[in-house]
Each structure stands twice: as C-alpha cells, then as structure tokens.
Write a protein that binds this ligand. Sequence first.
Ligand code: ADP
Ligand code: MG
Length: 236
Amino acid sequence: MSDAIAAARAEGRTLLTEVESKQLLQAAGIPVTEARLATTAKQAATVAAEIGFPIVMKILSPDIAHKSDVGGVALGLANATAVRRAYSEMMAKVRAAAPGARIDGVSVQRQATPGTEVIVGATTDPQFGPVMMFGLGGVFVEVLKDVSFRIVPLEPRDARQMIREINGFPILEGVRGKPGADLAALERLILQVSRFVWERREIQELDLNPVFAYPDGAVAVDARVVLAPVAAEVEA
Ligand code: ADP
Ligand code: MG
C-alpha cells in the first residue's frame, strides 16, 4: 500500500495533512479541491499561477489540526506577489502560535465559489464502529449541535434521511428565493464517504469541514483524516 496512509504510518503519525487526506479522498472519487504542496514562497507562487487565481493557501503540518486557529489559512490571494507575501506572514504567525509544530510547507488550492457550508464526518464509536455525521457548517454545528448520525455502512435511504432530519434542512431546500442545494450530490457524497471509511477501517476519524454545497454539485474544501493508533502504540 503505497499511499498517504502508509507514508503516515512509516513516520508513526496518525494525523494526515490536508494534502494527504485529499489525495486519498480524490482517489476514492470524492469531490475535493485538490491541494498541492509548496515548500517555499517562490514555489507557492509558481504553483498558484499554474492553478489560476484567486487561490487559497493553508499551513501544512501534521501537528496542526485547526489551521485557521493559528493564522494558517489565507483566502482570496489574487496574484503571485500576494501569495509570496502571505507565505512569509503565515510562517511567522504559525511559528508564534504553534511553537514546536513540524511545518511541511503550505497547501495551495483554487478558491472555490462560495456555497452553503455543510459538514460530512465520520468517527469510530467503540461500540458501533464507524458512524457518519452530517450537519450545516459553522454555528449550526458548533453552537446548535444540529447534526444527524447513522451507523456505517449506509444505505441510500440513510443518506436521504440524515440530510432531511437536521433542523436546518429548509436552508438546503432553498429559502426566500435563494436556490437550494443539490441534495442528490450531497447524498452521493455521504454514501461515498460511508463506503470509504468502511473499506479503510484504519481510519478512525474523517472530517470534511466544510463541504460547499451548490445548486449543482458539492465539493469538500477542507479534509482531515485521523488514523487509529497501531496496536503496539495502544499497548505502550
Ligand atoms: P481549518 O483547519 O481552520 O478548518 P479550513 O481549510 O476549513 O481550515 O479553512 C477555513 C475556512 O476557509 C473554511 O471554513 C472555508 O470557509 C474557507 N476555505 C478553505 N478552503 C477554501 C477553498 N479552497 N475555497 C474557498 N474557501 C475556502
Ligand atoms: Mg475546516
């Protein structure tokens, strides 16, 4: 197995970076904004020019799970100069906020069109095994805990229901003339993630936070995969 999981295992890590997480998801056919690694300001600017502006740059570190908390997300970078400047500013901010964190560079990706932010996640319950979670992004999840759960593996009907049973569902249907979200695309995404965590049982946790839901389609702009500790580490 020569993928991101093997690479993380070889280093004794359980937290996969955004680049690694998205590589795995993309290989499983799950829609993500592809994140490319850059290790210098100059390289970040070159990669950004290849992708096309505006771009988003994020800190890449196996020790940092919440990138914006440490100043590690820069949105709306419009040209190469902005990218180079943001790179050095980001390194300074992150080093101050997370001293000692291993920093592998940055991820560079296209800035996705804004959409309705939803969260698709999976955790492993000691009793039930993998469990899927769905909710609307931001305050809906953090403050209102407006989420739905299903035990993996999901049937198409489960995905349909878990989208419809959150209190915020009317927002996804479209309110006051705003177009609704592509519910079929969200159902597909939930089922793909269910299959993915079912097949890769060493994944303990998976977060697509946020997924941008559009009237036509959906894409995960952030992804985080956490592996289960290997048996030897559990015993230690
Ligand atoms: P964190 O590790 O803090 O969760 P995220 O990757 O989720 O970092 O980025 C923070 C926020 O920036 C997201 O919630 C989203 O609103 C926005 N964002 C991240 N990536 C993109 C992108 N590729 N296109 C547009 N917006 C993005
Ligand atoms: Mg996020």
